[in-house]
Design a protein around this ligand. Structure first.
Ligand code: GAP
Length: 436
């Protein structure tokens, strides 16, 4: 992880928030390369979940919602973690995450384990951030920063269904920020207090929910493979009765093997009609679906797929990172899938003279016109320039050389195979687009 964190900072993927003030705990800023990577993950998700299908609609609900939403959803009463306070160092820990504790005194409650800290009794701590709506700070104006995007899809279920004329089964997809006042955030961007979710709520007829659950679990696993994550690093973990969230009948986590162990990357949940039922009860508004064809009436069940975009970007970084030796030289490579790579191509003039920089600049402009994120580099030896791009994850480096002016072609070098191919100047943009 240290290597990933240091590469992320060095190359402008991720910076600590408010660094010049000493940093804001567990909040991270995405730099020029990071914002592209995160956006590419989000776009790949949106394109597979919304654009490629005719049974899912998009939605972008507000982060702030009516406070009753969170009473109905069970988050006010039940979205808690057990918190332990250490009487010695005064720090607070999540009782079920003690092994991750960063306390220098290392609290431990393992059987036969050594207890350095004097830990108090666990108490329940609500993870929702509270703030006030309007100019008066009083109980009546308390609102919450949403801890999940899902509720926006439930309260808009009929709005979306009726305006899009969808029929059950269909889904609502959302990408957006969520906030949780995590007791023990950490492991870089793995667990943060502000994060982006990619969630999809699929509304189905009760009785067909188990089948749809299996379908969505398969689809989501396949998507992680499609964006290049090694299958052997992914596994499924079915929640036992003690792990299930308050809304779930069944839940399976898609886990990834991080350097700090197997951890959740995405969750697939059967939320039954819990959320729609509760919103119906708390709002007093009917959320019953009436099938336009058969006239059948029912409260749909929901199968949810829920992923953190930052967490998926972290998986992409960890999975892609490798160190290897090429012709006796060490190189660090981010073997990112081209669709996720922040920069798709880097253009180099082999020499700073003989008109090569001018041709390279024209090529760069052509790539920009084709909306291909591209970089230009003429500093240092060609080997150094390759290495800079390898560790940024750039799949292709395009070199303008002494022959280019004459034969109007350039050499494209592949980051992974190191194969070089001669391609006509006018065909470079198309060549790259065909491979994205
Ligand atoms: N709507 C259901 C829901 O929110 P979740 O398992 O609590 O389910 C879904 O969260 C996904 O959101 C997780 O699998 C993870 O990828 C991401 N996530 C949750 N908490 C996070 C945090 N504190 N920091 C970063 N990502 C988080």
């Amino acid at each position: 992880m240290e290597k990933i964190v240091s590469l992320a900072k060095r190359r402008g993927f991720v910076f600590q928030s408010s660094e010049i003030y000493g940093g804001a705990a567990s909040v991270w800023d995405y730099g020029p390369l990071g914002v592209e990577l995160r956006k590419n993950v989000a776009d790949a998700w949106w394109s597979a979940m919304v654009h490629a299908r005719d049974d899912i609609e998009g939605l972008d609900a507000g982060i702030l919602m009516h406070p009753r939403v969170w009473e109905a959803s069970g988050h006010v009463s039940g979205f808690t973690d057990p918190l332990l306070e250490c009487k010695t160092c005064k720090k607070r820990w999540r009782a079920d995450h003690l092994e991750e504790a960063g306390c220098p005194r290392k609290p431990s409650v393992a059987p036969g384990g050594h207890v350095d800290c004097e830990l108090g009794e666990p108490r329940l701590f609500n993870l929702m951030f509270k703030t006030f709506m309007g100019p008066v700070e009083e109980d009546a104006s308390v609102v919450y920063l949403r801890p999940e995007t899902a509720q926006g899809s439930y309260v808009n279920f009929l709005n979306v269904q009726q305006t899009s004329r969808q029929r059950v089964p269909f889904g609502i997809a959302q990408l957006g920020k969520a906030f949780r006042n995590e007791i023990t955030p950490g492991n870089f961007i793995f667990r943060t207090r502000e994060f982006e979710q990619a969630e999809m709520q699929f509304f189905v007829k009760p009785g067909s929910d188990d089948e749809w659950f299996d379908y969505w679990l398969d689809q989501r696993l396949a998507w992680h493979h499609e964006i290049g994550i090694r299958p052997e690093k992914l596994r499924q973990h079915a929640h036992g009765p003690n792990e299930l969230a308050h809304y779930a009948k069944t839940a399976v986590d898609i886990e990834y093997e991080f350097p700090f162990g197997w951890q959740e990357l995405e969750g697939v949940h059967n939320r039954t009609d819990f959320d729609l039922g509760r919103h119906q009860e708390y709002s007093g508004k009917r959320l019953i679906y009436i099938d336009p064809g058969s006239g059948e009436r029912f409260l749909p069940y929901v199968v949810e797929t829920a992923m953190g975009v930052g967490r998926s970007a972290l998986v992409a970084l960890v999975d892609a990172y490798r160190e290897e030796e090429v012709a006796g030289q060490k190189r660090v490579v981010l073997g990112l899938h081209p669709a996720l790579a922040p920069i798709k191509a880097a253009v180099f003039p082999l020499m700073k003279k003989f008109g090569q920089p001018e041709i390279a600049t024209e090529l760069l402009a052509a790539l920009r016109r084709a909306r291909i994120p591209a970089a230009y580099d003429q500093a240092g030896s060609i080997g150094r320039r390759y290495r800079r791009q390898d560790e940024a994850g750039t799949p292709w480096c395009v070199t303008v050389d002494g022959d280019t002016a004459e034969d109007r072609s350039v050499t494209i070098r592949d980051r992974d195979t190191l194969q070089q191919e001669r391609v006509g100047l006018d065909h470079v943009a198309g060549w790259i687009q065909d491979r994205l």
